[in-house]
Design a protein around this ligand. Structure first.
Ligand code: HEM
Length: 401
């Protein structure tokens, strides 16, 4: 088997994912959305569902028989995305459901996903990078489950948000190397601030333009957990990239030795690209900018460099806290919590990407928000008091006469 034949099978699968697969999912979504109960998926569109399952199976079987995990990282990652999106759609259309099964009813797709996932060092399912930062557009069209406007809006704004958070993380990383007392840190603090202002702007846009019902009923369900082989894997979410945690750790708002936060890092490791996994591991060994500043505070708080850099650091924290509050109090409340409030218990099962019941997930997300805002909470360890100490050492900017 030559490399080009191997990659042509992967390419045929991806072409199908980018064309017929999208059409079938979109037709099914329109059928569900027209029903009295939009959450009811069974008992309609059975011919389309069977075609989706069987057509996809042909590509999967050919790739599995070939036993090739791809022609380098990109092609393996591409196959993982295709088979993962196929399984994600089967889950969405209730052709599989982890609650009623002990193992995936799709053994070939499972084997293919496990083989490629293990060879790449990633979870055997599609991940955020497949639909966001590594979603390669062809003549302007990116991979997606459907061609619904709201799905494109969601993945595009997510991707812009992720790219901006990565930019902020890159800027903060360069300050680690310069040292927080360096006069040169100013440009990097500025870059981080600008990037976080962009995150806030994209979140605002998503908030204003995304249709609540379409998102809830026709987009979000593709992100449910599903089984690969025997094990259930949680869904992808926009947080599965290292940049956000690099910011947490470098600013010092979250700590890698906090049991709650460390667990979260471990859980998300395999949902990230190997390059992101390496960045995150590296970041876990660094001293945070906050700890560096506090160390210098007593001896140097009067110096110009301390005043300038501590002020810039605090401004970055404020913007980061605002973006975290916006995610939770805005996006999560409007697009998940509010529509979920109208559902019956049974329909609530499996609506979150990670799987825990909604109230449990919301509490966990609240903790993250509060850590990032350095909120004044005494039941968890936040950096509230440390930030207050730093703030009180920074002089107000003198107003011009
Ligand atoms: C309609 C828009 C959005 C909604 C409803 C939403 C909702 C959620 C939910 C419910 C989770 C928890 C994961 C789970 O279900 O188990 C989550 C995680 C996360 N989301 Fe979003 N999200 C949205 C957009 C975004 C955007 C644009 C970003 C920025 C790039 C983002 C960043 C994150 C991060 C970083 C996490 C991981 C947890 C954390 O570290 O905070 N989300 N999101």
């Amino acid at each position: 088997m030559s490399h080009s034949e191997a990659s042509s099978r992967a390419e045929a699968f991806e072409h199908w994912i980018r064309t017929s697969f999208v059409q079938m999912n979109t037709e099914l979504e329109d059928l569900y959305f027209a029903r009295n109960n939009r959450g009811e998926v069974t008992g309609c569109g059975d011919t389309i569902k069977a075609a989706l399952r069987d057509e996809g199976h042909t590509f999967v079987a050919a790739l599995l028989a070939e036993g090739n995990t791809g022609d380098g990282f990109e092609s393996g990652f591409g196959v993982l995305g295709s088979v993962g999106m196929y399984l994600g759609a089967l889950r969405r259309h209730e052709l599989t459901n982890p609650l009623r099964e002990e193992r995936s009813p799709f053994p070939e797709a499972s084997s293919l996903a496990l083989h490629v996932g293990a060879s790449l060092g990633m979870a055997p399912r599609f991940s955020t990078a497949h639909l966001a930062t590594y979603n390669r557009a062809r003549a302007g069209v990116r991979k997606s489950f459907t061609s619904l406007r709201d799905e494109f809006l969601f993945i595009d704004e997510n991707t812009r948000g992720i790219l901006s958070l990565q930019r902020a993380a890159d800027a903060l990383t360069s300050i680690v190397h310069l040292g927080v007392s360096s006069p040169v840190a100013d440009v990097m603090f500025d870059t981080a601030k600008q990037a976080l202002r962009d995150v806030i702007r994209f979140n605002d846009r998503l908030m204003g333009q995304l249709d609540v019902e379409r998102f809830f009923y026709s987009v979000r369900p593709y992100y449910k957990p599903y089984r690969v082989g025997r094990q259930e894997y949680r869904g992808a979410n926009a947080g599965d990239f290292s940049g956000i945690n690099e910011i947490d750790l470098l600013l010092g708002l979250c700590r890698a030795n906090d049991p709650y936060y460390a667990q979260l890092l471990v859980d998300k490791m395999l949902f990230m690209l190997p390059s992101d996994q390496a960045r995150l591991r590296d970041c876990m060994t660094r001293t945070s900018l906050l700890d560096e500043l506090l160390e210098l505070l007593d001896a140097h708080h009067d110096s110009d460099w301390f005043q300038q850099n501590a002020r810039a650091y605090l401004e970055v924290c404020d913007l980061f806290g605002q973006s975290a509050a916006q995610h939770h109090n805005g996006l999560v409340r409007r697009f998940i919590e509010a529509p979920a409030a109208n559902l019956k218990d049974q329909d609530l099962q499996g609506i979150t990407a990670s799987g825990p019941p909604l109230p449990v997930l919301l509490r966990a997300l609240e903790i993250l928000r509060d850590l990032r805002q350095a909120a004044d909470r005494r039941d968890i360890v936040t950096r509230h008091d440390d930030l207050a100490r730093l703030r009180s050492a920074v002089r107000p900017i003198a107003s011009r006469p």
